[in-house]
Design a protein around this ligand. Sequence first.
Ligand SMILES: Cc1cc2nc3c(=O)[nH]c(=O)nc-3n(C[C@H](O)[C@H](O)[C@H](O)COP(=O)(O)O)c2cc1C
Ligand code: SF4
Length: 518
Amino acid sequence: MSAKIYIPGDAGSVALGADKVACRMAETIAALGVEAQIIRNGSRGLYWLEPMVEVETEKGRVAYGPVKPSDVDKLLDGGLLDGADHPLCLGLTEEIPFLKRQTRLTFARCGITDPLSVSDYRNHGGLAGLENALGMKPQDIVAQVTDSGLRGRGGAGFPTGIKWKTVLEAQGPQKYIVCNADEGDSGTFADRMIMEGDPFVVIEGMVIAGIATGATKGYVYLRSEYPHAIRVMDRAVEIAREHNILGASVLGSDHAFDMEIRVGAGAYVCGEETALLESLEGRRGVVRAKPPLPAHKGFLGRPTVVNNVISLASVPVIMEKGAEFYRDFGMGRSRGTIPVQIAGNVKHGGLFEAAFGMTLGELVDDIAGGTASGRPVKAVQVGGPLGAYFPRELFDTPFDYEAFAGKDGLIGHAGIVVFDDTADMLKQARFAFEFCAVESCGKCTPCRIGSTRGVEVADNIRAGTDTENQITLMTDLCNTMKFGSLCALGGFTPYPVMSALTHFPEDFRPAPMSQAAE
Ligand SMILES: Cc1cc2nc3c(=O)[nH]c(=O)nc-3n(C[C@H](O)[C@H](O)[C@H](O)COP(=O)(O)O)c2cc1C
Ligand code: SF4
């Protein structure tokens, strides 16, 4: 039997040199006449170790990383194919603490299987959820998803089962499933990783959503900045059609479901579900007033489920193992697991899937290993560009939707971005306003005008003119934006601004003159 060598082909690993490592590996095994097969898997999500090469051995997979093309010859010489020891050897992959401590339900196959192999997918539990769903009534599928406690992973945390029930009960000649793969939040990459590493789980989740709600057509709205994911998803859809996972008769049943990949044009606001639908219909991405909800009048005015990639990708395991199994993980009203994306100034950046309930401090100090710079952590922004900055005093906050809301923060798409003590929080507050000004769709005044006024106020504070009045003005402006904006872009920009001001007030006031200056 030929040896199996796994080298990730996802965009993150490729950016770190995985293609070059794979080329070098192919050349060298050909030159040596070694029987070995290179599989381009998804990333395991340990990005500080990418490109991470794995080989299958009798004991299990053994990992090496981060591997450079210049390491390849020596690794092969030194017995890579037998999992031999080497300075780059990380031991058995499953025993690497960052991976071992995770509970991978949604990402169970990511980095393990060949992303485009249906047989690999099936052999690792894929399609079992869909097969179960095909034997159930739509109402029962919806009930299972509701009972699992799954809440939308795109940002708002809305219960997925309730959204599906609304679409199931809505009347219309055609219903749609739209997968939101716009993934615009800073420091997030879970959607990309799963689309590139396990695309069939997204497709399976969409088909189950279709059967549950009576929708026969789906779209993935995928950001143009993800060319690798677009390529993998396009190919996966073709393969799924060839295997009757998609088409007129899903797995030989009397259910029909087909889908397409649509590419966005690069606007943060197009991740907002109604702006996304405008864009999907060929118009400029401008937010629609609600009601009507997309569940009643969505794509082309028809009942539409809009769900995040991870929400949909979490459905197959729920349908395979049952609502109770999934609901058993987590805390409070946050059930199941959450793939946290650790980014910014950290030693160990990557994807960490765990049951809800881990504290922010555990994630930052322990799992992420503190800052890459070695300096103290000053702040952590949780939940993307509209998320609050958390100081160390709030590190005991558990990952739980309600707990974060209770601290004037949000989990959002579960991205955390870490900053060390050199961060200037006034600059970050200014950035939040500037981001909002650049990305605003322009439909409502508090966001369109308020964001630009916010940049000016931040500049006045920086200039040190009339500081206290300007800080009062900034607070007033935030209240106006929070309560007067039509969508969360304008409505949540106050979170990063006010958290910076509340937790780091010293960054907003001129430094006292030093003795020498006096
Ligand atoms: C400005 C803005 C940007 C958003 N961007 C995204 C995004 O990139 N991906 C996403 O899934 N949801 C995004 N959302 C949330 C969506 O509007 C919507 O709540 C989500 O797609 C619903 O899916 P879920 O219930 O599965 O989370 C955004 C919301 C706002 C206000
Ligand atoms: S808050 Fe901003 S992005 Fe949202 S509708 Fe208003 S102008 Fe558009």
